[in-house]
Write a protein that binds this ligand. Structure first.
Ligand code: ATP
Ligand code: MG
Length: 242
């Protein structure tokens, strides 16, 4: 058994040699990354570099054209999204993902397979986002843009997932809400031990929330490491500007 397989055995998420894309168009080329249990990992990259494609492939919305994906040691490449959700994997997509005509409550309930989890889930997310329990009967489409983003994250947290995939949650958010997202995600990780893979273009947010990062360029990882290194922010900002 080589080192890579050993790591995959214990990782919350292990992506090994992923190739993915749209028909002939290969967008993710040969990506290796692991997210350990309790770790927050930020994947950064400019527009069109393949970040969302990678997340959609992990989540089973796009077929894996090559390589392997495993979730807590179980090979899950090729499994349908609902089967992954049953394995306690939550996904917050980049594009609008709320049911606009349904109420806040119904959007939250749809995330649950077991209705009896609603009260406990609501209590947990109410600590992070106090407006949500007060707006249960409001149509999701009438929430402000920032409130909708918070509801999306809340919905992902309802079930205490073991691994959370979040695609560009800070797009269009004001600084105070971005700071709240940092606190909420780190508190959730500290409390539940969830692992997170966070796709971002906001370098400041990514480095504030994450333990490790990688930069994706044209479907390949060109830089990766711990966020602790003081030179990291400047280096990533450079990589995203060229
Ligand atoms: N459904 C699709 N069919 C064909 N090509 C697609 C499709 N979706 C995305 N692409 C292409 O794949 C490439 C990567 O797109 P992707 O959405 O993964 O980028 P991204 O890194 O998430 O960018 P952004 O930061 O703008 O969200 C782009 O060139 C895009 O045009
Ligand atoms: Mg994207």
């Amino acid at each position: 058994m080589n080192a890579r397989v050993d790591i995959a055995g214990s990782a919350a998420l292990a992506v090994a040699g992923m190739r993915s894309g749209y028909g002939e168009a290969v967008v993710v080329r040969d990506v290796h990354l692991t997210v350990q249990p309790g770790e927050i990992f930020a994947l950064l990259g400019k527009n069109g570099m393949g970040k969302s494609t990678l997340l959609k492939t992990v989540m089973g919305f796009l077929p894996l054209q090559g390589g392997a994906v495993s979730f807590f040691g179980e090979a899950v490449g090729g499994l349908a999204p609902h089967l992954l959700a049953r394995r306690s994997l939550a996904y917050t997509p980049q594009e609008q993902a709320l049911f606009q005509d349904l109420t806040v409550e119904d959007n939250l309930r749809l995330a649950l397979r077991d209705r009896t989890q609603f009260a406990a889930g609501l209590e947990r997310i109410g600590v992070h986002f106090p407006f949500i329990p007060q707006r249960l009967k409001q149509r999701a489409g009438t929430l402000s843009g920032g409130e909708q983003k918070m509801l999306l994250v809340a919905r992902a947290l309802m079930t205490r997932p073991r691994l959370i995939l979040i695609d560009e949650i800070t797009e269009g958010l004001q600084p105070s809400v971005i700071e709240r997202m940092v606190r909420v995600l780190r508190a959730e990780r500290d409390e539940t031990g969830a692992a997170m893979l966070i796709v971002e273009q906001n370098v400041q947010f990514a480095l504030a929330v994450a333990d490790r990062y990688a930069v994706l360029k044209l479907g390949e990882i060109v830089d990766t490491g711990p966020v602790g290194d003081g030179a990291v922010a400047a280096r990533i900002t450079d990589q995203l500007s060229v």
